[in-house]
Each structure stands twice: as structure tokens, then as C-alpha cells.
Design a protein around this ligand. Structure first.
Ligand code: CTP
Ligand code: CA
Length: 235
């Protein structure tokens, strides 16, 4: 064989990434949202595509995340739309990465007409809980609806509080979610949201805890892909 092509390490690997923030409608003009820029998820998409992967991003609201070449982008707004897209697409993916900042709650009712100012002051907003998409994907894999070989990666945005630091909260979340890898990022006070750099820990189901250096979201994306590549079943 005369072929001298050096294969990409993620050649043909199908990677489904959720990125950005969700928006939960209150009325036709307003929503509840969050500060996610989508940059880390989009950086993962770019890095994976550059390593030969077939990448789809299910994208919520983003800011400055760019437009990665050769990546399919599926726009969504709400957590339920994100949930529907991820559920429909996960079984056809080799890797599913939940980098999106998903609203935990949504308004119980969406007003059909714009909510007007009232003399009585603001009406309280009643909320209900959104589905946990990441936990749902792990459950779907347990039920056999998603192949057992599919690698599922989660993110954990933590500030730390009286009950523990960022890493402690990350460990507890990892145990709750049941995914294969969890990227734990400190957030708040200028960290992670909208910034170019990121840091944290990478927790694996094998029990390893790897500190991630403070570096660009681009380089961090490569480190995350390095950690997940050995988990792929390349049959
Ligand atoms: N996630 C999800 N569905 C939700 C909420 C979160 O799939 N309804 C995913 C995120 O995309 C992320 C992981 O779960 O990969 C952790 O999100 P995070 O908000 O840090 O954790 P929660 O489980 O929502 O816990 P809390 O916000 O209370 O810390
Ligand atoms: Ca949350």
C-alpha cells in the first residue's frame, strides 16, 4: 500500500455537542436566560472537527462563539427544545457532550400577549422544573435506547459555597449524573462565562481526577478530547 496519509485520531467519530444557554419564554418578548457564551462548546466542536470528527452542535444562545467551519448547527431556544433534539440525535452519535447551560426551571405559563405593567406592581413568576437532559441521556443508555458504547460527557459549573468547594460539588454532581467524564469549571466573579480562558478538573468514571490548567477554551477543548478519545470503542 502506497498510502502515507496520517489518520486523524477522531476520524469519522460522530460527536453531538450542546452549547450555549437556553431561553425560557415568559411572554412573546421576554425570557429567562443565563450568561453562557457557548464558547467552550464551540471550541470543542472546532477542535473535534479539526481531528476528523463529524460534529453537530445543538446551539442555544451564544455570544462571540463564532461559526465553526464544517460543523452542523441546530438552533434551539428552550431546554425542552434542547432535550428533544438531544434525545432524537444521541443514538446516532459516538460521543454526546452536554456543554450547554440548561435552565433548571421554566415559567409555568407563557403569556400569549405581552405582560403589561400594572399599578399593583409585578406579578410573581411561577416556575416549574425542566428535564435533566444529561441524566436522561445516561438513563436512556441504561435502557438500551442509546448504544452502550456511546461516551457521555457532562459539564459542571460551580461557584462553591458553605457546603463545599468547586471540586467537592463537582464530585457530588458526577456521582449523581452517571456520565463517563465530567468537566468541572469554577464560575462566577469573572470566571468562565464569556471569557476566553477556562480551568477546572476533569473527573472520569475510572476515578481519575485531572486538574486542567488555566488556558484558552481552545486548548482546554483539546485536553478534553484527549481524555475522551481512549474511551471510544473503535471496533
Ligand atoms: N444539564 C442538563 N439538563 C438540565 C440541567 C443541566 O442536561 N436541566 C447538564 C448541563 O448541560 C451540564 C450538567 O448537566 O452538562 C451539569 O449542569 P449544572 O447546571 O452544573 O448541574 P445541575 O445538575 O443543574 O445542578 P445545579 O445547577 O443545582 O448545580
Ligand atoms: Ca443547573
Amino acid at each position: 500500500d502506497e498510502s502515507t496519509a496520517l489518520p486523524f485520531d477522531l476520524d469519522g467519530v460522530r460527536i453531538l455537542i450542546s452549547a450555549g444557554g437556553t431561553r425560557e419564554a415568559l411572554d412573546p418578548v421576554r425570557y429567562l436566560g443565563n450568561h453562557s457564551s457557548g464558547k467552550q462548546g464551540f471550541a470543542l466542536a472546532r477542535a473535534a472537527a479539526a481531528r476528523g470528527a463529524e460534529v453537530t452542535i445543538v446551539a442555544g444562545s451564544t455570544s462571540g462563539a463564532g461559526d465553526p467551519a464544517g460543523v452542523q448547527i441546530v438552533p434551539i431556544a428552550s431546554a425542552r427544545e434542547l432535550s428533544d433534539e438531544m434525545s432524537a440525535r444521541a443514538a446516532a452519535a459516538d460521543v454526546v457532550i452536554m456543554a450547554a447551560a440548561v435552565a433548571d426551571f421554566r415559567p409555568l405559563a407563557v403569556a400569549e400577549a405581552k405582560i403589561k405593567k400594572r399599578d399593583a406592581g409585578p406579578a410573581p413568576i411561577e416556575l416549574e422544573t425542566n428535564p435533566d437532559i444529561l441524566a436522561g441521556l445516561v438513563q436512556a443508555r441504561k435502557r438500551g435506547e442509546i448504544p452502550a458504547s456511546t461516551v457521555i460527557v457532562g459539564f459542571a459549573a460551580e461557584t462553591g459555597d458553605d457546603n463545599g468547594g468547586v471540586l467537592e460539588h463537582g464530585r457530588a454532581k458526577f456521582a449523581r449524573k452517571g456520565c463517563d467524564l465530567l468537566v468541572v469549571n469554577p464560575v462566577g466573579s469573572g470566571k468562565a462565562f464569556g471569557t476566553e480562558d477556562n480551568t477546572g478538573w476533569l473527573l472520569s468514571a475510572a476515578g481519575t481526577e485531572t486538574a486542567l490548567p488555566l488556558t484558552s477554551k481552545t486548548l482546554l477543548a483539546s485536553r478534553i478530547l484527549d481524555a475522551l478519545a481512549p474511551l471510544l470503542d473503535r471496533g
